[in-house]
Ligand binder design. Structure first.
Ligand SMILES: Cc1ncc(COP(=O)(O)O)c(C=O)c1O
Length: 382
């Protein structure tokens, strides 16, 4: 049987990882500035993570949600503490799209409305409700169109307020920092006003922190430079450092009812062991502070390189906007310099999403290689 061909793949196959490095089938070593798409938060094969997972897989990898699971409580307690959202409640699932799907569903349970506001260049996943709120018609199939979605531009906030005032909007979904769209940060004043307006008109505010969460921006959540307390916050990617786990953090004003959400695999013992190990390491190794410092250093250096259109981001969620398509540069970095970087839906943006414990030496190495390759690629893209 062949694989269903839906991914554009690089021709390098990593088969081993350690920290911020991966090795391919030939034994060649690559610097990972892509983090498997923002998933590798604490580095590949972190010893604490490996130990926790090995222990759990040999003890009890899974039992159903029909029984108590102390690991889920421990994960919720640690997540509440580290994210400073102790009073929230946690629903566990398996991926980012599933987290958003459940958040949208929950919002609709609360106010019985159907219309959603989402933002241009946003990405919330590929399942039915999540993809409907994603501003990319190429990935929406006819069956996905189950409800009305308005796409807005946060630079035109009046249109958002006007829409909310009609009092028929179920929820507003927005990324703390837009990732796939090319690293765009919603203005803090906009987020604060959005939270106020949502409260006033009984629309729920969903912060999609699937990519920008878990410390990557230097804050636990990308929105945290603001004081807002969203109704729902969705997480995945960095939460499991490669083990599939996602979650919805739910404001205590929202009441739970048996059966309203559910998942067979969500919050399995193995997933919780991964999630707990990640939180332990983020806390023990001060990875949020490290991400903030490393990001600042990287961005400062990158901004001094002539010919780049713009460098933007927070912490280790960085977008480099080029005056040309980023593909050649990504390929040169990978095939010539052995560095993984990421693309974006904006073809001119190259994304950097390395593990949060990337070292100073690796940052220097990246900058050295980038400065070597960038002028070459710029020249033949003129
Ligand atoms: C902001 C955001 N939300 C949701 C998703 C979907 O996550 P998943 O691929 O785990 O379903 C992604 C994936 O890239 C994302 O970046």
């Amino acid at each position: 049987m062949n694989l269903f061909n839906v991914y554009a793949r690089y021709s390098v196959e990593p088969i081993k990882g350690q920290g911020c490095w991966v090795w391919d089938t030939k034994g060649d070593k690559y610097l990972d500035f892509y983090g498997g798409h923002a998933v590798i938060s604490i580095g590949h094969a972190h010893p604490h993570y490996v130990e926790m997972l090995q222990k759990q897989v040999a003890t009890l990898p899974f039992y159903s949600n029909a029984v108590p699971n102390a690991l889920q409580d421990e994960l919720a307690q640690k997540l509440g503490e580290l994210s400073q959202h102790d009073e929230y409640e946690l629903f566990l699932c398996n991926s980012g799209a599933e987290a958003n799907e459940n958040a949208l569903k929950l919002a609709s349970f609360v106010n019985h409305r159907k219309k959603i506001i989402a933002f241009k260049h946003g990405f919330h996943g590929r399942t039915s409700a999540a993809v409907n709120t994603t501003d990319n018609p190429n990935i929406q199939a006819p069956i996905n169109k189950g409800f009305e979605v308005e796409f807005h531009d946060w630079n035109e906030p009046e249109a958002v307020w006007e829409s909310l005032a009609k009092q028929d909007v179920c929820a507003v979904i927005i990324e703390g920092v837009q990732g796939i769209g090319g690293i765009h940060i919603p203005p803090q004043s906009f987020l604060v006003e959005l939270a106020d307006q949502c409260r006033q008109y009984r629309s729920l505010l969903i912060l999609d922190e699937v990519q920008s969460g878990y410390g990557r921006t230097g804050h636990f959540f990308g929105f945290q430079p603001t004081p807002i307390r969203p109704d729902l916050i969705t997480v995945a990617k960095g939460m499991g450092n490669g083990f599939p786990v996602g979650g919805v953090l739910i404001h205590p004003d929202i009441e739970s009812k048996y059966g309203m959400l559910g998942s067979t695999f969500g919050g399995s013992h193995l997933a919780c062991a991964a999630g707990i190990a990640v939180l332990d390491v983020i806390k023990e190794e001060n990875l949020m502070e490290k991400a903030a410092q490393s990001g600042e250093k990287l961005m400062k250096q990158l901004k001094s390189i002539e010919g780049i259109k713009e460098v933007r981001g927070e912490g280790l969620m960085i977008g480099i906007e080029l005056p040309f398509n980023s593909k050649d540069l990504r390929n040169q970095l990978l095939y010539e310099e052995k560095i993984f970087t990421g693309s974006a839906s904006d073809p001119n943006v190259l994304r950097l999403l390395p593990p949060m414990n990337i070292g100073e030496e690796e940052i220097e190495l990246f900058l050295e290689k980038f400065k070597k390759v960038f002028p070459k690629v710029s020249k033949y893209n003129k």
